[in-house]
Design a protein around this ligand. Structure first.
Ligand code: ADP
Ligand code: ADP
Length: 226
């Protein structure tokens, strides 16, 4: 069973041509899917419909076998992974990772167990008492992923997470995200307009143009048959 099934998804704003036009994509369990295409092709709109931040005009969104069209973001158990700005600067790494568990009212011992497990996986266990301002970009990204992991989210969603970084850091982060995604085996949907990211990060790439799915294939297939 696919982790995320998009069936004939349409998004119409007003009466122009649809921002997303009859898109069907299955994201397999543990797969890293890239959504790529030029600015305005509908990738953010599609991602926001997956997360539940945008209403679906037509079609079905199925997550974990359940139709979620009318479910609020919090009922979908997905995790949008934001870059730096979603971390709380005044909280330690530990408390940043613990945040969703505190919100959910978990006991101190359960919080502690989950935070320690996640921080070990993410190699943050030596930085738990630091504040985000004193961390490298890569470490901050890992804290953001830590917050997603402790919630046992069904999937990670990224919206151009590297677009504001310089080329060197972008390269490092690409490697880091790819490595962690493989280690965690968590289903991931990643939006970018960057061809290099699209061709190096994903298991499969979905190419959008003016809201229409043009290609859906592995990077190798796209390379051999552009
Ligand atoms: P991308 O993420 O690929 O840059 P978007 O999904 O942001 O593309 O936008 C796709 C199309 O939908 C664009 O033409 C954009 O102007 C339009 N659009 C996006 N959001 C809205 C909105 N809230 N209201 C009206 N049109 C929108
Ligand atoms: P991105 O391409 O990164 O999604 P945009 O600058 O296109 O960013 O959009 C920023 C915000 O403006 C989004 O919330 C989007 O929904 C909204 N938006 C984009 N295009 C339009 C539009 N034509 N009319 C109204 N809102 C829009």
């Amino acid at each position: 069973m696919a982790a995320i099934e998009m069936k004939n998804i349409v998004k119409q704003y007003g009466d122009g041509f649809p921002a997303v036009n009859d898109v069907s994509i299955d994201v397999e369990d543990g797969e890293f899917l890239i959504l790529v295409g030029p600015s305005g092709c509908g990738k953010s709109t599609l991602l926001r419909m997956i997360v539940g931040l945008e209403d679906i005009t037509d079609g079905d969104m199925v997550i974990g076998g359940k139709k979620v069209n009318d479910l609020a973001p919090r009922e979908r158990n997905l995790s949008m992974v934001f870059q730096n700005y979603a971390l709380y600067p005044h909280l330690t790494v530990y408390e940043n990772i613990a945040f969703p568990l505190r919100l959910a009212g978990k006991s101190d011992s359960e919080v502690d167990e989950k935070v320690r497990e996640a921080s070990k996986t993410l190699e943050l266990d030596e930085h738990l008492e630091r504040k985000p301002g004193n961390l490298s970009g890569g470490q901050r990204q890992r804290v953001a992923m830590g917050r997603a992991i402790v919630r046992d989210a069904e999937a990670f969603l990224f919206d151009e997470p590297l677009s504001n970084l310089d080329a060197k850091l972008r390269g490092q982060m690409r490697t880091e995200i790819s490595r962690l995604q493989k280690r965690l085996g968590i289903t991931t949907v990643y939006v970018t307009h960057d061809q290099t990211e699209a061709m190096t990060l994903g298991d499969r790439v979905a190419v959008l143009k003016r809201g229409v799915l043009q290609q859906h294939a592995t990077p190798r297939e796209l390379y051999e048959n552009p």
